[in-house]
Design a protein around this ligand. Sequence first.
Ligand SMILES: NC(=O)C1=CN([C@@H]2O[C@H](COP(=O)(O)OP(=O)(O)OC[C@H]3O[C@@H](n4cnc5c(N)ncnc54)[C@H](O)[C@@H]3O)[C@@H](O)[C@H]2O)C=CC1
Ligand SMILES: O=C(O)C(=O)COP(=O)(O)O
Length: 525
Amino acid sequence: MPKVLISDKMDPKAAQIFRERGVEVDEITGKTPDELKAMIGQYDGLAIRSSTKVTKDILEAATNLKVVGRAGIGVDNVDIPAASAKGVVVMNTPFGNSITTAEHAIALMFALARDLPEADKSTQAGKWEKNRFMGVEVTGKTLGLIGAGNIGSIVADRALGLKMKVVAYDPFLTEERAIELGVQKVTLDELLARADFITLHTPLTDQTRNILSAENLAKTKKGVRIINCARGGLIDEAALKQGLDSGHIGGAALDVFVTEPAKESPLFGTPNFISTPHLGASTTEAQVNVAIQVAEQMADYLVSGGVTNALNMPSLTAEEAPKLKPYMSLAEKLGSLVGQLAHGAIDRISIHMEGAAAELNPKPLTSAVLKGFLGTQTDTVNMVNAPLLARERGMEVREIRTEREGDYHTLLRVSVRTADGERSVAGTLFGDQAARLVELFGIKVEADLTGAMLYVVNEDAPGFIGRLGTTLGEAGVNIGTFHLGRRQAGGEAVLLLSVDQPVTAELLATVKALPGVKTAMGLRF
Ligand SMILES: NC(=O)C1=CN([C@@H]2O[C@H](COP(=O)(O)OP(=O)(O)OC[C@H]3O[C@@H](n4cnc5c(N)ncnc54)[C@H](O)[C@@H]3O)[C@@H](O)[C@H]2O)C=CC1
Ligand SMILES: O=C(O)C(=O)COP(=O)(O)O
């Protein structure tokens, strides 16, 4: 039974779903990195929010880990390249808390507009300072949206409902989408110059880090009020403090900080500064949403291989997964076969899916072919990092689908381009389950690809098979299955034998010395 650790506070619905789906679950929150490292080895899944840092160090200790599920959106607390290298799927729940976070941004905007926290504090201190607090209306004001994705769009919608003008800076926002949202697409400089309120809704990337730098803050309108419910690091906190102190910035509300938990900050105590402890996603509704979603996605993956909302692997529904399983095995074997047989540099690999195979989700099949192929060159390849590794090696990967059936109702063909030209192998599924090789470098052959195999190319001549059998017998090697294919009688023949003992270098040398043998190789599946 797969076992999952929930390491951050999560709605109880998550644990309930894991158990209902046959996944064992421990809920242990608040552990230090060392404590987590010591226990992570026993788990197949790790369910987190933003507190747990899934570092390379933790992943190295996670010997059984298959999936990290983020009950929320941001995955900057997960080392995704390190997870991919280990074959660990990383998933998030991209929509479950977006309304809630957008609402928090709007709440902070009003809190800034009317100085609510300070007014509350003063009133409860018995001061009744009616003349001290003078707010601003949001109606008719311009809201500058940096990032108009899921959350930014909801903020825009709510702001338009409040009769604000919304200008948006987002390099990936199309004019059509801007029109649909009712916002004006502008440059960052224009946004900085025009906005009365600025709200940030981008991930933290190399491009967005310090997007509100000292220089950019200086370009803002005097009295601007700034809200960050996205990620610490988008604003230069020291420059923000200076701007507040000088009075250029009229107010700032931060839900997120460069260092979290933010137990101290030069910003604390600054007039017109408001903060919340990363509460953007903290509503009952959002937490129920993300807990249910993350548990369902992780259970799908652990129980049936379905992949949803993964950041480092193509999607695959829980219904598709069992159907694809035998194909994945065939794809991996064909990839491995060409990897073992084709020599020299390979700059292109093509995966042809014909007949029934053409109707399947091609991405997992491609990953499986690449895993099989690259597995002959490196031990660190897996389904998750295979496409990335192929790209890093400068390989072009082609997927070709032909729905028309050929000789087989379903066929996978893997071709590689080598210095000597295109080399291809093809296989089908026998009874929709068993992987069967049907063509090898242009020669028809019917073979199972299992365990240790001996591959021999020879001149088709009488007596050869007997001599080969004797040679193997004398070497104490037992033949399991025997497959023969040839281009034409008396031409080139291919022999594929599964053998019960390993094919040693010594045996290969003896086979190669037999008359008529052109090539002999040991293969492994
Ligand atoms: N405070 C909290 O508790 C929460 C914070 N978040 C954070 O909110 C942020 C936004 O989340 P979503 O809207 O769901 O993400 P999203 O991916 O839907 O939207 C992000 C937008 O940022 C834009 N963007 C990317 N690079 C940009 C750049 N250089 N300049 C301007 N725009 C750029 C993208 O084009 C995209 O439209 C994320 O960082 C997420 O982690 C999300 C949920 C809760
Ligand atoms: O979903 C996100 O990106 C968030 O930042 C929410 O964080 P949390 O799950 O509340 O720790």
